[in-house]
Design a protein around this ligand. Structure first.
Ligand SMILES: [Zn+2]
Length: 487
């Protein structure tokens, strides 16, 4: 049963027409960012395109937040409260994909290999749209308050927001609202995992592998032994924990040379920062063991980290009330027809699994026109992925909506997700999510009781468990490090 309080009668009604009016500029922005995908920390063009529109709409811009070249804010209004709306815009490697295609084929217009496999082209444009609409309403209504769009770089495997939080970027913010493209519109109530990712670099001694192996000390052996050790560790960790790795340097391609260098990239995830740290220490001890066994040395370069999400029930209930008032995404027959064609490209069983989760009949329409219910907080879904929205949620009360932009069962971080990122259905879902975010941000300005309730809940939790920043003291963001080069 939905026990959410009724939203103030006019927030959705007042803001939705403004969002609709501004919408087409921002769907064009989203398409433009889709057409020019940029990887983490390198989103210079995406940032400039967003700033261009924000400036045209009268925003005050702050560039290079925390010294990060692709972090910025666009702000409207005066005085408090200060409401943040968070956006992202980085793409993923190896996911260039033709728009609207049901088979795997690279985008012919894309010179690189990146693609928007997580829909961050929609994410940034939709959040900026929401902020611009709130700005118009503040102005038209003579309301006191500030709305600030945060352009957050490097969400994919890098945690740009964590570095922004560490730099104090959210110190004067009262509450934050954000969203993520998905296959069904819902108020996000997930748990996510904290993580640390780091490079493990082994160094040994090169030698002729046939003539003088006794003089060689193999860094590649050390890397392999580390991976074997971690494989054994996996049996003795919590069910919800995850450890992944990639070889970023296997020492070379000559089998007849003892490899003197090797590098592994590890991601260590756990439900809380404290537990993640403990697991990460175990992984580091395994690296030590591997170095001891092979008579090599190693160093660790910390890359990024994020905290788990801290939910805020007061904000979830209000956002959900606004979502209910808005209704589902208004897809039409053409959208559903497009969706039916695209379903052919989904992994077998993916759509059916989502139908079951959402209590839909087999053979339901591919695009979800409903709103997923708000569930009991005790039943929160534990996502075994991570998001750096987590760190923001530990410094200001934060809420997130999952927007309905893709057909049911579309896996994130897939070429199928990329293929749908410029469709009319994705545009509708983005504008719809922007309306829900804008209405909630407006409520936070006009309804002091809501902001008080969100802050009181936040204060109660963080008094017992304060934010534990997962970035080691003194660590600078990767783009500011000596020797940094794009991925
Ligand atoms: Zn994402």
């Amino acid at each position: 049963m939905n026990t959410a309080p009724t939203a103030p009668a006019d927030s959705v009604a007042r803001i939705a027409p403004l969002v609709a009016e501004l919408g087409p500029r921002f769907t064009r922005l989203s398409d433009d960012i889709w057409d020019h995908p940029e990887l983490r920390w390198e989103e210079h063009r995406s940032v400039e395109k967003q700033i261009e529109i924000a400036e045209e709409l009268g925003a005050r811009i702050s560039r290079s937040i925390g010294g990060i070249p692709t972090a910025f804010s666009a702000e409207w209004g005066e005085g408090g409260p200060v409401i943040a709306i968070l956006g992202e815009y980085d793409a993923l490697a190896s996911l260039s994909q033709a728009s609207g295609s049901t088979t795997r084929e690279p985008d012919p217009g894309n010179a690189g290999d990146a693609g928007h496999g997580c829909g961050h082209n929609l994410l940034g444009a939709g959040s900026l749209l929401a902020a611009a609409a709130v700005a118009r309403r503040l102005d038209a209504g003579g309301l006191t308050g500030t709305v600030r769009y945060y352009g957050c770089p490097a969400e994919e495997a890098a945690a740009g927001k964590t570095f922004m939080v560490a730099a104090g970027a959210f110190d004067d913010v009262d509450a934050a609202v954000t969203w993520h493209p998905a296959d069904a519109m819902s108020t996000s109530q997930i748990h996510s995992l904290a993580y640390t990712q780091a490079y493990f670099r082994f160094r040994g001694t090169a030698s002729h592998a046939g003539a003088a192996p006794q003089h060689g000390r193999s860094a590649l052996d050390a890397a392999e032994l580390m991976n074997i050790g971690v494989n054994f560790l996996r049996e003795h960790m919590d069910d919800h924990e995850r450890i992944h790795y990639a070889f970023t340097d296997a020492g070379g391609t000559s089998a007849n040379v003892v490899q003197s260098t090797a590098e592994l990239y590890y991601v260590v995830r756990s439900p809380t920062v404290a537990r993640m740290r403990a697991l990460y220490e175990r992984v580091k001890r395994i690296a030590e063991g591997a170095a001891l066994m092979t008579d090599t040395v190693f160093e660790v370069e910390f890359d990024g980290a994020c905290a788990e999400l801290l939910p805020n029930r007061a904000l979830e209930k209000r956002l959900h009330a606004n979502v209910i008032e808005l209704g589902g995404v208004p897809y039409d027959d053409d959208d559903q027809e497009y969706g039916r064609a695209l379903r052919a490209g989904l992994p077998v069983g993916a759509a059916e699994a989502r139908f079951a989760q959402l209590d839909l009949a087999p053979g339901a329409d591919p695009l979800f026109t409903g709103v997923a219910p708000l569930t009991d907080p005790a039943q929160r879904h534990r996502m075994t992925g991570s998001t750096d929205v987590g760190d923001v949620s530990w410094v200001v009360p934060t809420v997130q909506i999952m927007g309905g932009t893709h057909i049911l069962g579309t896996p994130p971080h897939s070429w199928q997700f990329v293929a749908q990122g410029k469709s009319p259905a994705a545009h509708k879902g983005m504008v719809h999510a922007a309306a829900a975010m804008a209405a909630t941000a407006l409520d936070l300005v006009t309804d002091p009781a809501l902001l008080d309730a969100a802050k009181a809940e936040f204060a109660d939790t963080t008094a017992v468990t304060p934010y534990d920043c997962p970035i080691p003291d003194g660590t600078v963001p990767p783009p500011l490090r000596e020797g940094y080069h794009p991925a």
